[in-house]
Each structure stands twice: as C-alpha cells, then as structure tokens.
Write a protein that binds this ligand. Structure first.
Ligand SMILES: Nc1ncnc2c1ncn2[C@@H]1O[C@H](COP(=O)(O)OP(=O)(O)OP(=O)(O)O)[C@@H](O)[C@H]1O
Ligand SMILES: [Mg+2]
Length: 310
C-alpha cells in the first residue's frame, strides 16, 4: 500500500469554453469538469492506474472538503483526509481555443497551529498500512515551513520509504529529515541553489550538496531530456522514449507515482528509474493531466534507457 499526502488540496474546475472571454462580459461555460485536485491526488490516480493500492490523505474542510472526498472516492481512491475548519479552495482552469489555459488559483484556508499539531498525530495512523509515502506540492498558508520535515521524520521512524516532491523553502527545510527520494525538476534545483544548471555535471554537483544536507537519493527530472538519479554510490541517466507530446503537465506527478509503485513492488533503483521515466513519457502522450494508458507501458518501458554515468 502507498499513501499520498496533499496538504493544499483543491476542487479543480476545468471550464471548457467555445471562445475566450474578452473581459468585462458574461461568459457561458460549455462544459465543466470538476476533480479532486492537488499533486498528491494526481500521484494517487497514477498509482491506481498502474494497479497499485493507494490511500490519499491531507487536509480538507467545509463543503468543498466533503466534495473533495466524494470526488476522490469517485476516482476509486481510498480517502483518509483530516478535517480543518477552513473551506477547501477551488482552482479554476479556463480552457479556450485562443489562450488555451488560464488559471485562477485560490490561496486556500489558513491552517491553525492546533490543526497542524493534530494532523501530525493523525498522519501516524493514516500511513500505518503503507510501505511508501509520497508528499507532494506546496504547504498551505499558516502551516510551518518545517511541516514536511516533521512528517518525514514520523514516516521514517515507522520504517516507511518517503518520496518528497516540493520546492523552495518547504524542500530546503525537509532535507535534514532524510527523505529517501526528492524529485525536483531543473527549474526547482536552480531556484533552490541560485545557480544556473548548464550541464549534467552542474546537476550532479547540486544533487551532491542536497545529499550532504540529508536527502538520500536525488532524482532531477528534465522533461523530454529524461532525468538524473544521484544515489549513495552511483549516478544514473535516464533517457525517455520520444513520444508525440500532447500535454506535459503532471509528468512529474506521474513519475513520482510510478517511482512509489516500483519501490513498493521491490524494484531496485535502476529499474524503478526506468519504469518512472516511461510512465512520465506515457503521461506526456495524453491530453488529460495525470493519466496514462497502461496498455502502452510495456513498449515505452522497453524504449526507456538507463545507464550508469558515474
Ligand atoms: N516531452 C517529453 N517526452 C518524453 N518524456 C517526457 C516528456 N516530458 C516529461 N517526460 C517524462 O516525465 C518525467 C518528468 O517530467 P518533468 O521533468 O517535466 O516533471 P515536472 O517538471 O516535475 O512536471 P509537473 O510538476 O508538471 O508534474 C521526465 O523525466 C520524463 O521521463
Ligand atoms: Mg514537478
């Protein structure tokens, strides 16, 4: 079993429009698609598509929180969210033929110190049946920047494998807790180090520094250029198959879901990386965010190359 954590969940509303709004006028939405949103929910849907057992946890509140849980259940996910007082946010994505995608992201509710403390206790029970725990996305407002560090410590104490996919201060403050894997992309590594990554050597150097700070394995994803995985004793380069790209949003979440699934199945790091790369590429082929066609995976896995470069 795998648990995915989403602290800043949302009701994602996709508004499909025939034409863009010119501003200051009434617009009628042609079709609305609501889904349980947040990176951890994308990760969970991928694990489910791969055939894994997954439960989703995090924070939810108000009527939107109830709706979020119902949407997660509709997707076939086991949900175990902690209830807070504030109302779960909505995020609106307006999709039209001209501007393609225009997003309005609500800030979300303020989490109180007391809620944070109670969630930390709740979390220990929520992850009990899982071997792997993923933590994805930003922290909600009000929550301390070291919240992930605390959750990682608890999960590690309970013997879980932890994958962390966040950025900025939330990532920086979590390294010392010893996450088994972190999965920044190139931009996130550049923002964290303040350095431009010009080549693979730069990426390896930056990853080694993050390892010194406590992260055990650093997986840096590079979109269509694949990924580099820096472990204790080896550096791997993964090259994904070239695919007809439709939508690369959620490729990182797909990669994290696949990595969690592979580790839960007992795969070694090299094979887990190959699998994760192939699943990322499978997501790039699809219009829908955080979706893969499982039937295409065997072929994509075969075309995903992993080699030791150091
Ligand atoms: N254009 C592409 N062609 C083939 N594979 C891709 C492509 N884009 C992404 N992938 C696969 O998905 C993995 C993760 O992609 P990426 O680096 O874009 O993640 P990300 O920036 O964290 O995405 P997000 O945060 O939107 O989920 C890559 O390592 C690769 O295996
Ligand atoms: Mg990402």
């Amino acid at each position: 079993m795998i648990t995915t954590v989403t602290l800043n969940a949302s009701i994602d509303k996709a508004y499909h429009m025939d034409a863009p709004n010119r501003g200051g006028e009434v617009a009628r939405v042609k079709r609305t698609v609501n889904s349980a949103g947040g990176k951890g929910l994308n990760v969970a849907r991928i694990i489910k598509l791969l055939g894994g057992e997954v439960n989703v946890t995090g924070l939810q509140g108000g009527f939107n929180g109830q709706y979020l849980k119902a949407l997660a259940r509709e997707d076939g996910l086991l949900e175990d969210f902690f209830e807070i007082k504030g109302e779960t946010r909505s995020c609106i994505n307006i999709l039209d033929p001209v501007f393609k995608s225009t997003e309005y992201l609500e800030a979300g509710p303020e989490v109180t110190l007391d809620e944070e403390e109670r969630f930390k206790e709740f979390f220990k029970t929520a992850i009990q049946k899982s071997g792997v725990v993923t933590l994805s996305g930003s922290l909600p407002s009000g929550m301390s920047k070291s919240a992930y560090a605390h959750l990682i410590e608890e999960a590690k104490k309970a013997g879980k494998t932890v994958i962390l996919d966040t950025s900025g201060e939330a990532l920086e403050k979590s390294l010392g807790a010893g996450p088994d894997f972190i999965k920044p992309n190139k931009e996130e590594i550049e923002a964290l180090t303040g350095l431009k990554m010009k080549n693979t050597e730069d990426l390896i150097e930056a990853a080694c520094k993050l390892r010194e700070k406590g992260a055990l394995n650093v997986l840096i994803s590079l979109g269509g250029d694949g990924a580099v995985l820096i472990t204790e004793d080896q550096v791997y380069k993964m090259d994904p198959p070239s695919v007809a790209v439709k939508n690369t949003v959620g490729c990182g979440d797909s990669m994290v879901g696949a990595l969690a699934y592979a580790l839960d199945q007992g795969l070694g790091k090299k094979e887990a990386l190959r699998f994760a790369g192939a699943v990322g590429a499978a997501n790039a082929k699809e219009e829908k965010t955080g979706y893969v066609n499982a039937e295409e995976l065997p072929g994509l896995i075969q075309r995903t190359k992993v080699r030791v470069i150091q």
